[in-house]
Design a protein. Structure first.
Length: 107
């Protein structure tokens, strides 16, 4: 496999079955994907992002996607908006912990 080529592994096989070379090639391919910022709404709206994956599509006990099993979600990727005062930080930390534990214990 040449550098920058994505892995040829099956999505169902899981990342732990990829060789180190394929994992590195996958990381290079992902890092090479451009994600341009096209603008912002200014400081008036800079408190928290809005929208994201609806919680109905997430298994809350593990934060695993119901749509894409094996994908664990957390923080502002999910459609959760809290009031000013640390609620969004708390959601990010708590959901990140649950997602990490869920991903680590997945068979």
């Amino acid at each position: 496999m040449r550098e920058g080529q994505p892995s040829q592994g099956s999505p169902a096989s899981g990342g732990r079955e990829l060789t180190r070379e394929r994992r590195r090639a996958l990381a290079v391919a992902i890092a090479a994907c451009p994600l341009p910022v096209t603008g912002d709404r200014g400081f008036t709206y800079a408190e928290v992002t809005a929208g994201g994956v609806p919680l109905a599509e997430v298994r809350l006990e593990t934060m695993e996607s119901r749509v894409c099993p094996g994908l664990h979600l957390c923080g502002e990727v999910c459609d959760v908006d809290g009031r000013i005062g640390g609620f969004n930080f708390q959601w990010a930390w708590a959901s990140g912990y649950v997602a990490g534990v869920g991903a680590a214990s997945r068979e």
